[in-house]
Design a protein around this ligand. Structure first.
Ligand SMILES: O=C(CO)[C@@H](O)[C@H](O)COP(=O)(O)O
Ligand SMILES: [Fe+2]
Length: 218
């Protein structure tokens, strides 16, 4: 099933509750929550107190993307604040297998994210343990960046690898997704689509409808 996960990083924070209701009403299935620590990525975004408030504002799946060093320090707290799905970066975990188990022990779904320059081989011994793989289609740290073209091939390779192993794990893409890049990532095998600017800039309901239309045609 294809799923849309609007990234609130691109929302108007003075009207966050309203804008969350708007994407909910327009039919987005997930809500993407980008946590940045100023170390793993250059920017600092938001953390637990904001997640707690967002949890009260929506019943949708909260898809928490941790762009932080040593995320095991905070996984339990993000789980307690209302995350449903917690994604950690392979590059930021010294003990990736252990962090995946930690997320599962909290009763949450676990995702592993790969930066554009990270090989799929980082997933070799954990692929069958994760609920989702996040292929970053920009270098993490900021919204509104340009999609990296080599991502299409990477998604396709991951999809073949999963098929060969008999796995139906979700493939999420994040960064520079819009009406132009969406058809290609769907074709390549992605099914969980993060979109920040393409949802929150302009008319939110119309943007969600357009992206969902494309997703339904594929
Ligand atoms: O994780 C990140 C950026 O690091 C994203 O989730 C962005 O928030 C996506 O924004 P757009 O590229 O869709 O504007
Ligand atoms: Fe993200």
């Amino acid at each position: 099933m294809n799923i849309l996960s609007p990234s609130i990083l691109a929302a108007d924070f003075t009207r966050l509750g309203e804008q969350i209701s708007e994407v909910d009403r327009a039919g987005a299935e997930y809500l993407h929550f980008d946590v940045m620590d100023g170390l793993f990525v250059p920017s600092i975004s938001f953390g637990m107190p904001v997640l707690k408030s967002v949890r009260k504002a929506t019943k949708r799946i909260l898809d928490v993307h941790l762009m932080i060093e040593n995320p095991e320090r905070y996984v339990d707290e993000f789980a307690d604040c209302g995350a449903d799905l917690i994604t950690v970066h392979a590059e930021s975990c010294r003990h990736l297998d252990r962090v995946i188990s930690q997320i599962h022990q909290k009763g949450k779904k676990a995702g592993v994210a790969l930066n554009p320059a990270t090989s799929l081989s980082a997933l070799d011994y954990v692929l069958d343990k994760v609920d989702m793989v996040l292929i970053m289609t920009v270098n993490p740290g900021f919204g509104g960046q340009k999609f990296i073209e080599s991502s299409y091939g990477k998604i396709r390779d991951l999809k073949s690898r999963m098929e060969a192993a008999g796995l139906h794990t979700d493939i999420e893409v994040d960064g520079g997704i819009n009406a132009d890049t969406l058809p290609g990532v769907l074709e390549a095998g992605a099914n969980v689509i993060v979109a920040g600017s393409a949802v929150f800039k302009g008319n939110i309901a119309e943007n969600v409808r357009n992206l969902k239309n494309i997703m339904e045609q594929k």
